[in-house]
Write a protein that binds this ligand. Structure first.
Ligand SMILES: O=C(O)C(=O)C[C@@H](O)[C@H](O)COP(=O)(O)O
Length: 215
């Protein structure tokens, strides 16, 4: 159910972004992230073989083990295709009403990319479950905390340039969760087959989020 998936994103606090990974390494990649405590993963739609990867991940792991979504969803067609392949949520870099409506039509939550307060309100009004503050590192934690006053009811997931150096600041600023690509899903480590790096990265991000939440 859609609410359960949103709850899982909130609890995990970190969404891992898999972009450009060789499909043959998808399962080991996701397994390594999950062992480190990051059990919510999105595969971006501009990754070769994305639909097969989503199908394979959702048939390999139980719902309790891993929640898989689709990222870089730019349009309604991609929302439909990825959802039918098994994506349990969609993430967009930009705001498009039809894409949100399609996600809702198929019963999956959407995390919608916004970079202004107006876009955040428009996306939420259109039916987004959470807004992805993108690109987060350019906008900064101050942007996220400024939204809390008027728009504290809208859950935020800063994404784009989130690292171990700034993740705590984003959570302190009021972020509900964060999306992390390159700082977590290290492409070179995957190529080397060094999945321990991914597990260690995942643990470090989960710990940083937990520490910031208890501060
Ligand atoms: O395109 C999307 O829907 C995303 O999630 C954006 C995501 O790929 C983001 O750019 C990741 O940035 P980092 O590698 O974490 O800097």
């Amino acid at each position: 159910m859609s609410a359960d998936i949103v709850q899982r994103v909130v609890e995990t606090g970190v969404v891992a972004i898999v972009r450009g990974t060789n499909p043959e390494r998808a399962i080991e990649t996701v397994d390594a992230l999950q062992r480190g405590g990051v059990s919510v993963v999105e595969v971006t739609a501009n990754t070769d073989g994305v639909l097969d990867m989503i199908r394979e991940i959702s048939s390999t792991f139980t719902a309790d083990e891993v929640v898989v979504g689709a990222g870089t969803v730019l349009d309604s067609e991609t929302a439909r295709a990825t959802t039918l392949a098994g994506a349990e949520f969609i993430v967009t870099p930009s705001f498009d009403t039809e894409t949100i409506q399609t996600a809702n039509r198929y019963g999956v939550p959407s995390v919608v990319g916004v970079a202004t307060p107006t876009e955040a309100v428009d996306a939420y009004t259109a039916g987004a479950d959470m807004v992805k503050i993108f690109p987060a590192a350019s906008l900064g934690p101050g942007f996220v905390s400024s939204l809390q006053g008027p728009l504290g009811h809208i859950p935020t997931v800063p994404t784009g340039g989130v690292s171990l150096d700034n993740v705590g600041a984003f959570i302190d600023a009021g972020a509900t969760a964060v999306g992390v690509g390159s700082s977590l899903v290290d492409g070179e480590a995957i190529e080397r087959g060094d999945y321990e790096v991914l597990t260690a990265n995942a643990r470090a991000f989960v710990d940083a989020v937990a520490t910031a939440r208890t501060d």
